[in-house]
Design a protein around this ligand. Structure first.
Ligand code: ZN
Length: 162
């Protein structure tokens, strides 16, 4: 398995920057990100840019919001009474929660602000509306195991631990 295709497990070193050059995220030295290609483990724009690449390839790719965490929606914050959360729950700005609406449909939100009485949540991902500039090096490519394909994520070093 020499090139990246669906059902391969890929390791990449990466740096993620804003258009202004601010580093948002990066893999640690000698700790590449491991993901299962074709399983939406990474944002769609980066996944498609990596298709067909090989070990040692280096690329820079700018991913538009629509191919990353979506466009930023207006009026997407909601105020929730602090009492709606379990008293001991640790509520931290930036943390992700999953809420359910009246019909039971679940959707992710991110904590924007924690007040004494009110928690403000935002339905926008923190990086919604932000173009993502990835600088990527392909470290390894291998065929995924049956188990990895069934789970939809890689196992082993840098992968999922159960
Ligand atoms: Zn698993």
């Amino acid at each position: 398995m020499s090139t990246i295709a669906d059902a391969t497990v890929v390791e990449i070193d990466y740096i993620l920057r804003t258009d202004g050059g601010e580093i948002l995220d990066q893999s640690g030295p000698g700790e590449p990100l491991s993901y299962l290609h074709g399983a939406q483990n990474i944002v769609p724009g980066l996944e498609s840019a990596l298709t067909g690449r090989a070990v040692g390839d280096e690329l820079t790719v700018r991913v538009a919001p629509a191919e990353a965490y979506g466009e930023r929606m207006d009026d997407a914050t909601r105020n929730i009474p602090r009492t709606a959360f379990p008293p001991r729950m640790h509520l931290q700005q930036g943390a992700q929660l999953v809420l359910a609406d009246e019909s039971g449909r679940r959707f992710p939100v991110w904590i924007a602000e924690v007040g004494a009485d009110t928690v403000v949540v935002d339905m926008n991902h923190p990086l919604a509306g932000t173009p993502l500039n990835f600088q990527v090096k392909v470290v390894s490519v291998r065929a995924a195991s049956e188990e990895e394909l069934a789970h939809g994520h890689p196992h082993g070093p840098g992968g999922h631990h159960h």
